[in-house]
Write a new protein. Structure first.
Length: 535
């Protein structure tokens, strides 16, 4: 039974990419290419990071173990960080929990199948660290057969601990949100804290790695007091010492078994808590209103009721406000930078700077893809909208309005901050205020278009249409590719070769975006409703 549950879950994950379409294989290939690309990017970054560490530590043989200890610690930290919230949704919030629990299947078997899938994710993330780090050490100091064997065995056991801790954190988050009056607010707070930690570590990583390598001997000497597990792991590989490695393996298995035992006791209660919430009863007040307002309220409630939806599809809203505040605070530094650019003699006018800042501001619009999963999120309830006497255009318009209303304000704040810093004239203000709003409309219409072309209605977990669907991917990638193409073209054609005047190039880039927007709007107007009726 356990094997069948794991197989069904894996088939569900694969179906998220193929979606039972004629072009399913093509989407699977595209997804595979994207994963290989992301793996290559992260592998390259980790190779250089650990290459710097290996170059520093390799000459001192007595501290070779510290390098492998840092690999183990990094692998544990990164895999845990990226799976803690996945554990919460994968274990306790899957929509098929109620169906499986109603069958004659032991709850512990269901739990173990979910933990096995999560462990597989841990292995994939861990390999992104372990493989480039191992190659970096082999290139600098080499590995004998015994060390290589222990290194491979260690990559099997360490993720067990990371998966166990992630499952326990996911269980705690599920318990907290189940008891909270506003589940979405609690989840949002925890998610934002995790994001703040991530960005803090990301932007300061190089500084901390340099500082660590300057004082690695003192850190290594004190590591046994707080990281004995990773010390055993590092010394087991470096010496090599099979006894220490057996201790690591035994501890990893014991932690995984303890986590499974603890979660097994509360799995049924936490998984079914969503269906056992107390509901207030009393008199109901019925109000009549416009159809468009009712549909917009429905979309707004759907957005605010899901922390996963808000964080993954509306992250640019938060970042735009943060960037606006940072831009105003650092206004003098930005003006100094612009002054230095003018001193270099680059062929840029005030209008060019306004266009550049407007296009950079528009970059945040590519992070806001509220419409890309909005139709897919209807899921099994789509028949309610389809059977109601509501025009399809009205439904699509409500989804687009939600995107525009939510994104327009933060984008306007960032545009205003850019105008203040630039001290723009009237034409500059017009460009800074209107161009980013055009990209807001573009991201909304194009995302809705992609979701109509690639809907995901048979999902089990809402993370599927939000994080893993083709519509979200195909909305974000073209907009990011457009930004990258404009940036590269500006540097090559304007700054390096000076083949085109800056204003001409930027206006051409803007014209491409206008044509793209008109195409998306016309497609929605003519074909969008027909597509929706066929779902």
């Amino acid at each position: 039974m356990l094997g069948k549950l794991i197989k069904l879950r894996l088939q569900s994950i694969l179906s998220r990419t193929t979606a039972r379409r004629k072009n399913g294989k093509g989407m699977l290939v595209l997804f595979a290419v994207l994963m290989v690309y992301c793996g290559g990017v992260f592998g390259f970054l980790f190779y250089h990071m650990f290459g710097f560490m290996a170059e520093t530590i390799a000459p001192v043989q007595q501290y070779h173990w510290f390098y492998f200890a840092m690999i183990g610690l990094s692998s544990f930290g990164i895999s845990f960080f990226f799976t803690a919230f996945t554990a919460k949704s994968e274990l306790f919030e899957a929509t098929d929990n109620e169906l499986l629990l109603s069958m004659p299947i032991p709850p512990r078997t269901i739990l173990l199948s979910r933990m096995a899938i999560l462990l597989g994710i841990e292995y994939l993330i861990s390999l992104l660290v372990m493989v480039p780090a191992g190659i970096a050490w082999f290139a600098k100091a080499g590995l004998n057969v015994a060390q290589l064997a222990l290194y491979i065995v260690g990559s099997v056991f360490l993720p067990l601990i990371a998966a166990s801790v992630a499952c326990l954190v996911g269980w705690l988050l599920a318990r907290l949100t189940a008891r909270a009056r506003n589940k979405t607010l609690v989840t949002m707070i925890f998610s934002l804290v995790f994001l703040a930690i991530y960005f803090f570590v990301y932007f300061n990583a190089q500084k901390y790695i340099t500082l660590l390598m300057q004082h690695y001997q003192s850190v290594a000497d004190g590591m046994m007091n707080w990281g004995f597990l990773f010390c055993w792991y590092g010394k087991g590989i470096a010496e090599p010492n099979w006894l220490l490695f057996l201790l690591v393996a035994a501890l990893a298995l014991a932690v995984f078994a303890a986590a499974f035992g603890l979660l097994g006791k509360g799995f049924l209660k936490v998984s079914s808590s969503e269906n056992l919430k107390k509901r207030k009863t009393g008199e109901l007040e019925l109000r009549s209103g416009k159809l468009s307002s009712a549909l917009l309220r429905k979309e707004f409630k759907r957005f605010t009721s899901s922390a996963l939806y808000m964080l993954n599809c509306g992250l640019g809203l938060i970042l735009a406000v943060v960037a606006a505040v940072a831009l105003v605070i650092k206004a003098d530094a930005v003006r100094d930078l612009l002054t230095q650019v003018r001193v270099l003699g680059l062929p840029l006018t005030d209008l060019d700077f306004a266009l550049i800042l407007a296009l950079l501001t528009s970059l945040f619009c590519s992070m806001n893809v509220l419409t890309a999963p909005s139709i897919s999120l209807e899921g099994k309830n789509l028949w309610i909208l389809r059977s109601s006497p509501i025009p399809a255009n009205a439904i699509l318009a409500a989804k687009l309005k939600l995107h525009v209303y939510l994104c327009a304000g933060p984008t306007l704040c960032l545009s205003a901050a850019a105008g203040i810093v630039l001290r723009a004239d009237v034409p500059g203000w017009i460009i800074l205020l209107l161009v980013p709003q055009m990209f807001v409309l573009l991201s909304g219409t194009f995302g809705l278009m992609m979701n109509l072309c690639f809907p995901k209605l048979d999902w089990v977990n809402e993370a599927v249409p939000i994080k893993q669907s083709a519509s979200v991917l195909l909305t974000m990638l073209p907009m990011m590719a457009y930004t990258a193409a404009v940036t590269i073209g500006f540097v090559v054609l304007v700054l390096m070769k000076q083949s085109l005047p800056a204003t001409t190039f930027l206006l051409i880039a803007l014209g491409v975006a206008v044509v793209w927007l008109l195409f998306s709007v016309l497609w929605l107007w003519k074909s969008g409703a027909k597509r929706f009726e066929k779902l």
